[in-house]
Design a protein around this ligand. Structure first.
Ligand code: PBG
Ligand code: ZN
Length: 324
């Protein structure tokens, strides 16, 4: 690059709205977005989540109607989280054929068969202690938890889930789930692994949303947010174990990691704009500090630009309603 200014004037391509849009490099589509929802058993009314303005816990009895509404608005995929009233030491409700996980998947598929259903596959919303697996002497027992992840995955697949999405952060969870699914005849059911999942402070509002009982933290199984090499390693391990789609979570503060994994793997890559990212944008906008619609589009566009194919975001219905 020898000749620069005054010959080079990047502003030439920004002079009109038309020029700017013709030369825009990154777009996102409604199809790229996955709406995560919280569905609670045993309640009759929607319950607002105060740390996530605009997001409610949905009563199980209203789920079918909500799914129809999302489909009508153009949403293609949902990630289901159950808010359980049946907690125990192991989270056994998750592998009960008629437990909350199975019912949510079935109800969603019955309401709109074409809706892509991703079933969050973990235990923290079903355990009395709030950890993502079985506790032994105060530690989450990795290999004992794998067995239960396999059981939950088969129940969700049987109920009609398109994607099993393990978020427990156990080593070997993708392999355990793949072999359980294949052993039960579900070799067509996909796995979207939460393959690079950081122990992030940005999950704060989710804890209210999901009503988990957790005291303490998940740092013994989720990743240190300061580790970039390990972030790539984690996703490549899940690819080798048979994941169909990889994921980085959270998204906005980890764009470098999204780019690294995009370059290290050929699998589709998802990124999860988590509850705390949602809350920061919402409360910033409510305080009059930023323009919500513009910040939402900028944040989602940046996640795409970094290399994500899919984005899980609580703003998906707002985008569906107001357009891109
Ligand atoms: C639990 C789970 C969490 C989220 C998704 N699944 C919380 C956690 O790991 O502590 C966070 C989602 C969000 O904050 O939006 N396995
Ligand atoms: Zn969990």
């Amino acid at each position: 690059m020898s000749s620069q200014f005054p010959a080079s004037r990047p502003r030439r391509l920004r002079r009109s709205e038309t020029l700017r849009s013709v030369f825009q490099e990154t777009e996102f589509r409604l199809e790229d977005l996955v709406l995560p929802i919280f569905v609670e058993e045993g309640i009759d009314d929607f319950v607002p989540i105060t740390s996530m303005p605009g997001v409610n816990r949905i009563p199980e009895s209203r789920l079918a109607g909500e799914i129809e509404r999302y489909a009508h608005a153009g949403i293609r995929s949902v990630m289901l989280f159950g808010v359980s009233h049946h907690l125990d030491e192991t989270g056994s409700d998750t592998w009960n054929d008629n437990g909350l996980v199975a019912r949510l998947v079935r109800t969603t598929k019955q309401a709109v068969p074409g809706m892509i259903v991703m079933s969050d596959t973990c235990f923290c919303e079903y355990t009395s202690h709030g950890h993502c697996g079985i506790l032994h002497n105060g530690e989450v027992d990795n290999d004992a938890t794998l067995v239960n992840l396999g059981k939950q995955a088969v129940v969700a697949a049987q109920a009609g889930a398109d994607f099993i999405s393990p978020s427990a952060a156990m080593d070997g969870q993708v392999q355990a789930i793949r072999s359980a699914l294949d052993g039960a005849g579900f070799n067509g059911t996909s796995i979207m692994a939460y393959s690079t999942k950081f122990a992030s402070a940005l999950y704060g509002p989710f804890r209210e949303a999901g009503g988990t009982a957790l005291k303490g933290d998940r740092k013994a199984y989720q990743m240190n947010p300061m580790n970039r090499r390990e972030a790539v390693r984690e996703s490549l391990l899940d690819e080798a174990e048979g994941a169909d789609v990889l994921m980085v979570k959270p998204a906005g503060a980890y764009l470098d990691v999204i780019r690294d994994i995009r370059e290290a793997s050929r699998l589709p890559l998802a990124a999860y704009q988590v509850s705390g990212e949602y809350a920061m944008i919402k409360f910033g906008a409510l305080a009059g500090a930023v323009d919500e619609a513009r910040v939402v589009r900028e944040s989602l566009g940046a996640i795409k630009r970094a290399g994500a194919d899919l984005i899980l975001t609580y703003f998906a219905m707002d985008i569906a309603r107001d357009g891109l």
